[in-house]
Design a binder for this molecule. Structure first.
Ligand SMILES: NC(=O)c1ccc[n+]([C@@H]2O[C@H](COP(=O)([O-])OP(=O)(O)OC[C@H]3O[C@@H](n4cnc5c(N)ncnc54)[C@H](OP(=O)(O)O)[C@@H]3O)[C@@H](O)[C@H]2O)c1
Length: 328
């Protein structure tokens, strides 16, 4: 099969679209014919030699994929079922979804609700699942009326978060460093678009004004610290990412005087009930989501290398889809 292959030799990383034999690492692995995959920020981290994200010197990239099961011994995952594959070591330490076929352990294979095609599932992808999981975490915490902040709004997680929150009826403030994307973000449902720098408020005080009823943050670093300072009393921020940095320098004041909460979001190792709940929550919104408006571009395997570079530069507007078999 054709695949986007990553290899490291003598400390030099190279990528190529080449022929690879799909290999099951366990007899119970499920084989999926990939209809679509998506390019995620983590995929760009996997091909960055300075980072320690990749854990194999040779592998097929791609942390998620969607398509049809062609081989399975799991009665809950029959041949012919439409599924999404994501999580675990996929595309990090074992062959991933930038390929015509992918083997995955059944715990990382989710049956898609009827309302979601393989293409829609990959428009959502790991990034969109993270956004939906963030929204569910905020609601479980008791998200109330008021403005919800979304950071990194033009990216995969951010754009889906804007669209999902708006579809669920929330007022969304979208924060972005891309001034040219204001109209697009409003089209996704943002009621207001603000610049990245506007998140920092009253820098000379320990606490900023109480602004946000909740926040979805995939940026991390100082952005997350600023959000914590400006959450309303009892509100929460769901944190899933680190594009601006992994360090979090803050004080305990937002926690002990405003009872705010920092909710961690992970979709890589979440269990089967959480996966099913998250996919279903997205499927329930399909009639209110314009999936195509969330697509930055669609590329063949030959376009993956450039797409990774675009993601690395933070220059996406929504999701980049990969179609391993053009027309397939
Ligand atoms: N926890 C999980 O399970 C999980 C799942 C999926 C993703 N993630 C993480 O979530 C993060 C975002 O992923 P993604 O796929 O949405 O990435 P992405 O498509 O590259 O989007 C990130 C966005 O962040 C903004 N940004 C980039 N550099 C920035 C900087 N230095 N300072 C402030 N903002 C910056 C940009 O948006 P603007 O130009 O609009 O500001 C960019 O489009 C990554 O860290 C990823 O690893 C975690």
């Amino acid at each position: 099969m054709r695949a986007f292959h990553i290899s490291v030799s003598d400390d030099v990383l190279s990528t190529a679209v080449t022929n690879v034999t799909p290999i099951a690492t366990d007899p119970s692995d499920v084989l999926v014919r990939v209809e679509f995959s998506g390019v995620n920020y983590k995929d760009a981290m996997v091909v960055d030699p300075r980072l320690r994200v990749r854990r194999s010197p040779q592998l097929v990239g791609g942390v998620d994929a969607a398509g049809e099961i062609v081989e399975s011994s799991d009665p809950a995952l029959p041949v012919g079922a439409q599924v999404a594959v994501h999580g675990g070591d996929l595309g990090v330490a074992r062959d991933g979804g930038f390929a015509e076929y992918v083997y995955a352990p059944s715990r990382y294979v989710s049956r898609l609700p009827e309302a979601l095609s393989a293409r829609a599932a990959m428009i959502v992808g790991t990034a969109g699942l993270s956004a939906m999981r963030s929204v569910l975490a905020l609601e479980d915490h008791g998200l109330s009326n008021g403005e919800v902040l979304v950071t990194g709004a033009t990216g995969g997680v951010g754009s889906m978060a804007v669209a999902l929150l708006a579809a669920r009826g929330y007022r969304v403030a979208a924060s972005t460093g891309s001034s040219g994307a204001i109209g697009w973000l409003e089209g996704l449902g943002a009621s207001r678009v603000i610049g990245r720098e506007e998140i920092a408020d009253k820098p000379d005080r320990v606490l900023a004004s109480e602004r946000w009823a909740g926040a979805v943050d995939c940026v991390g670093g100082d952005t997350l610290a600023q959000i914590l300072r400006s959450l309303r009393y009892g509100a929460a921020v769901a944190a899933s990412g680190l594009v601006a940095g992994a360090d979090l320098v803050t004080t305990v004041y937002p926690f002990i005087t405003r009872a705010v909460a920092l909710l961690g979001v992970d979709v890589v190792e979440m269990d089967a009930p959480a996966r099913a709940r998250t996919w279903q929550a997205v499927a329930d919104l399909t009639s209110r989501l314009d999936f195509d408006s969330l697509v930055d571009r669609e590329v063949p395997l030959e376009g993956v290398a450039e797409a990774l570079e675009v993601i690395r530069r933070g220059a996406t507007r929504g999701r980049i889809l990969v179609r391993p078999t053009p027309g397939g």
